[in-house]
Design a protein around this ligand. Sequence first.
Ligand SMILES: NC(=O)c1ccc[n+]([C@@H]2O[C@H](COP(=O)([O-])OP(=O)(O)OC[C@H]3O[C@@H](n4cnc5c(N)ncnc54)[C@H](OP(=O)(O)O)[C@@H]3O)[C@@H](O)[C@H]2O)c1
Length: 240
Amino acid sequence: MNILIIGASSGIGREVSLLFLRNGHRVAMCARRIEPLEEIRRQFPYKSFVKQIDVNDCNSTSEFENISSEIGDLDCIFNVAGIGWQNRDLDSEKELLTVETNVEGFTRTIDWAFHYFASLGIKGHIGVISSIAGTKGLGPAPAYSASKAYQNTYVQALSQLSKIKGLGITFTDVRPGFVDTPLLGDGNSYPMLLKPEKVAKHIYKALLRRKRVCIIDWKYRVLVFFWRLIPNFLWYRLKI
Ligand SMILES: NC(=O)c1ccc[n+]([C@@H]2O[C@H](COP(=O)([O-])OP(=O)(O)OC[C@H]3O[C@@H](n4cnc5c(N)ncnc54)[C@H](OP(=O)(O)O)[C@@H]3O)[C@@H](O)[C@H]2O)c1
């Protein structure tokens, strides 16, 4: 398989890239930091391709075109790029940065992926990492949880659009719980922390099987099930 992974320089994206490469796939990797990508390329010189791309840059789509012409026709495009933090002080600058990457950058990237497959007539697969945080509005992370709910809905909408247009483009929405990556390196402690290597294995299978929604792992599936049942008047009172 030829796969493009956006946000491959650390955390979950890096682990997923390594797993695809170890299993013999050809992987094109993007992020703003190029050196971590070059380090992977040195390990897999014949199967990996790298490009420095900022999803918030309007020109990122032409860079996606460039790297996809290097690797050849893509079968799968996986968007991992995202930022987030706790923001209990409701610092608007942080909120807007989150929206810029997780909503605007995300939309630019996913729209490009959709048009890429549609214009080539490829029944390709598009994966995104949203989060279980999209299930409910989280007081400590307002823009983050709202941006993840946006991603959930956007992917649902494009799945329907693909059907309406008869394009055969499919989607996986990956929703992990807390994962031990630099994104959570803010000094706070997080419960039920998952290892990125383990999360990458779940994602690998979900992308190959074109699973529509993938909540990782089973403990978080149970948690999300009960979260959804909590009525708003109780949710607002929860001290999380
Ligand atoms: N860790 C968790 O607990 C957790 C839970 C659920 C969902 N997620 C989601 O999983 C995804 C990956 O996060 P992670 O935990 O693996 O954190 P991470 O290690 O910080 O990885 C984030 C990745 O996104 C890339 N990125 C960020 N902004 C970008 C931009 N403007 N343009 C291009 N690439 C950009 C980063 O690369 P550069 O900095 O080099 O650009 C990096 O490769 C995020 O969408 C996050 O919301 C994480």
